[in-house]
Design a protein around this ligand. Structure first.
Ligand code: 8YV
Length: 319
């Protein structure tokens, strides 16, 4: 930590509710102006408009409007690896640097993806409810589940997190295939260029691609039908990558067997139909939510800010 005296405590905006450990680190270094994520950029107080940096996170990001409302903005530090809610083109055009928090969260997000896969395929959440409700004691029989071992695992988006997921599942998978915009040159996993062929040749699709407009509704009704009635989908990426209405319909009509979902199109709203489904496992966007990783993400945000204000190269720049 590079403590700064009062005179050298640059003004920054804390945009939305930040992780307390991160807030503490910011307040030790900077003059922090809290701005609500839903604040109208046109009505920011003059004090906040002095900000030279803005700290945000995945679901809030930073719009062109908030950037334009901060005339002295030099840098946006994200407490997230995803920057799909940041207008990076606008930041680049204005010469505003953007940083994120890759790598430090890869293992935890991959762990949760694998956990969601097992929980979904083996009915772990539904069976937990059966025991807790007294159903098992009353003689209700659990439903036989599918098996994970031997299944063909399809990784949608073989980036850092996708690769970490694939590595975890290599010992049990029948095969690991992947779909990207283009084939990777440094992997033995089989690349399938056509998204429907990819879905047809997968028993499980694990969505690990970045969010953003180019991936919006990449998983649509056709891909879900290609995955088929024994297929399972897991999403630890962004809810926007799946056509959520098509997913609810496919799950309702049993055109796919199940889903393990950590992210949703309009968080924290979850389509009510999913709440009643025993073949769906739901998590409240917990991929990176471990004590260790959240501290590491916060330290990385702070390290980027320290580097920026010390005139050193940024640690994890996006822009
Ligand atoms: C959230 C995430 O940003 O890293 C990302 O892209 O989606 C998560 O780590 C984190 O939960 C902070 O809200």
């Amino acid at each position: 930590m590079e403590a700064m005296t009062q005179t050298h405590r640059p003004p920054i905006v804390a945009y939305g509710p930040l992780y307390p450990y991160l807030t503490q680190g910011l307040e030790e270094r900077f003059t922090v102006h809290a701005v609500a994520a839903d604040a109208d950029p046109a009505t920011l107080p003059d004090t906040a408009r002095t900000a030279r940096a803005l700290v945000s996170f995945g679901s809030v990001g930073a719009s062109a409007a908030i950037m334009d409302a901060l005339p002295h903005l030099e840098m946006i530090g994200l407490f997230s690896v995803g920057y799909d809610k940041v207008d990076v083109d606008h930041a680049r055009a204005k010469g505003i640097r953007v940083t994120n928090t890759p790598d430090v969260l890869t293992d935890d997000v991959a762990d949760l993806a694998v956990g969601l896969l097992y929980a979904t395929v083996r009915n772990i959440a539904a069976n937990d409810r059966l025991v807790r409700s007294g159903g098992w004691e009353r003689g209700d029989k659990p439903t036989l589940s599918g098996r994970v071992t031997g299944r063909r695992i399809g990784i949608l988006g073989l980036g850092r997190i996708g690769r970490a997921i694939a590595h975890r599942l290599e010992p049990v998978a029948g095969e690991i295939v992947y779909h990207n915009r283009r084939a990777a040159t440094d992997t033995a996993y089989r690349y399938i260029a056509d998204p429907l062929d990819f879905a047809r040749e997968s028993d499980v699709i694990i969505v690990a691609t970045s969010g953003g407009p180019e991936a919006a509704k990449l998983v649509d009704a056709a891909m879900l039908d290609a995955l088929g009635p024994d297929g399972v989908i897991v999403n630890i990426s962004r809810g926007s990558v799946i056509d959520e209405d098509a997913l609810v319909a496919a799950l309702t009509e049993k055109r796919i067997a199940g889903a393990g979902l950590d992210v949703f199109a309009a968080e924290p709203h979850v389509p009510p139909a999913l709440l009643a489904m025993d073949h769906v496992v739901l998590q409240p966007h917990q991929g990176s939510a471990t004590v260790e990783t959240r501290a590491a993400m916060a330290d990385l945000v702070l390290a980027n800010l320290d580097a920026h204000f010390a005139g050193r190269p940024l640690v994890t720049p996006v822009v």
